[in-house]
Design a protein around this ligand. Structure first.
Ligand SMILES: NC(=O)c1ccc[n+]([C@@H]2O[C@H](COP(=O)([O-])OP(=O)(O)OC[C@H]3O[C@@H](n4cnc5c(N)ncnc54)[C@H](OP(=O)(O)O)[C@@H]3O)[C@@H](O)[C@H]2O)c1
Length: 382
């Protein structure tokens, strides 16, 4: 099977290497025929081109692997590939979560499929496991550490009692965090992954904006000190819960019991868990990013296409997000505690309080109303 590669950076370079190295007979059946690069200085390999149409219109190429990142031109190229009857594998969660509906329609019309294991959990076989579980079972819920950068920052802050700014800088130096880390620390990266997980887990496509998102940008040492005093660990979790007529879907820092399996997930690892009717809880831990782990997931998807193991495109059950169904107790640190007085269970300090049990929807409403750019909220699960 001939592959056209769009993007030859961290992930694309890994895909090219794994296919060129051909360690197994399955991989040796694949061939990278052409590689799109941006700059003539990158045209060292004879397969490289600066012209996307040379790849998208090549009748010998069956699969387009998109690992350029960003919305455009990735979206336009993927759409064109599907319209030309080519299968697509993408690692680009932002592009896919944004244009999911349109691209799935284009795939259906042209009798091909879109695969995105690497877009969600990097090297972890999370999407494949949802597909397998769904053959037998209904998924009730999922939760996960979907972002290694924030896990690294939170773990290091907790262990070393250091500041967010210091650990963010360290993560940037190690190459875990981008120069503009907003997508990671504000939870948007996890929101894309929760959206794609909802497609696989619950057959439902969601408007990304409907998924509640709270990040860790404002976390302080005093928040983690409270956590430690209460034998809790802080993790940024993405979650989805199925209620039949609706789902809840959200990204939120969570103060977990130290005994919880997620509490011990170290450094930049990802860990994702599904809960289904007959299998119960099943958890996957591994590298959520990195050149070869992520490329491994891309190549697995290409082999699925070769073996004709196309998952059904699951967006046929359009239930809405309703975050009033998820209830919890919340740690809230704010410049204006009076804005949360109506849901207060106890004071923690002059600026922090613990809420009584309330719906996530109510927390979102109060947080929007507060307009406090120092606000930090975490769900407390003791
Ligand atoms: N890195 C990971 O571990 C990881 C894990 C999971 C998912 N992902 C996702 O995978 C995607 C790629 O990530 P990455 O880390 O591989 O990024 P990257 O290292 O920046 O690679 C992207 C490559 O695509 C090239 N490119 C971008 N626009 C192009 C265009 N219009 N024409 C030709 N080439 C173009 C870039 O060239 P320039 O350098 O010239 O811009 C770069 O070489 C992203 O969506 C990311 O979120 C990454």
């Amino acid at each position: 099977m001939k592959v056209g590669l769009l993007g030859h950076g961290v992930v694309g370079g890994g895909v090219r290497k794994i296919i060129d190295d051909g360690l197994t007979w399955e991989v040796r059946e694949l061939e990278v025929k052409k590689i799109l690069v941006r700059d003539a200085s990158e045209c060292i390999d004879p397969r490289t081109t600066l012209n996307a149409d040379e790849i998208l219109n090549d009748p010998e190429i069956d699969v387009i692997v998109e690992c350029m990142g960003g919305l455009e031109p990735a979206h336009t190229y993927v759409r064109k590939a599907l319209e030309n009857g080519k299968y697509v594998v993408t690692s680009n969660k932002k592009m896919l979560a944004t244009y999911c509906s349109e691209l799935f329609d284009a795939a259906r019309k042209n009798n091909v499929t879109v695969h995105y294991e690497a877009a969600c959990g990097g090297g972890i076989p999370w999407m494949a496991s949802l597909d397998r579980t769904r053959r037998v079972d209904d998924i009730i819920s999922f939760r996960g550490i979907f972002n290694g950068t924030t896990n690294y920052i939170l773990e290091r802050m907790s262990r070393e009692h250091s500041s967010f700014a210091e650990k963010l800088q360290e993560a940037q130096k190690l190459g875990y965090a981008e120069q503009d880390p907003s997508d990671d620390i504000d939870g948007h990266d996890v929101r894309y992954k929760v959206s794609l997980s909802c497609v696989k887990a619950f057959d439902t496509l969601q408007n990304i904006e409907d998924i509640a998102v709270f990040g860790i940008r404002n976390i302080r040492e005093e928040d983690l000190a409270w956590c430690a005093r209460n034998n809790l660990a802080c993790k940024l979790l993405g979650s989805g819960e199925y209620y039949g007529d609706c789902i809840s879907a959200y990204v939120m820092p969570v103060f977990l019991d130290n005994e919880d399996v997620f509490a011990d997930i170290p450094l930049n690892f990802n860990a994702i868990e599904s809960n289904s009717l007959t299998l119960g809880r099943a958890m996957f831990v591994g590298q959520g990013a990195g050149s070869l782990p992520t490329a491994h997931a891309v190549v697995q998807n290409i082999i699925d296409i070769v073996k004709n193991q196309d998952p059904e495109i699951n967006d046929k059950h359009p239930v809405p997000v309703d975050n009033s169904r998820h209830e919890g107790c919340y740690y809230i640190r704010t410049a204006d505690p009076s804005a949360f007085a109506g849901i207060k269970a106890e004071d923690i300090s002059d600026t922090a309080l613990l809420s009584r049990k309330v719906s996530l929807q109510e927390i979102v409403r109060l947080a929007n109303q507060a307009e406090d750019d120092t606000l930090f909220i975490a769900e407390v699960r003791k």
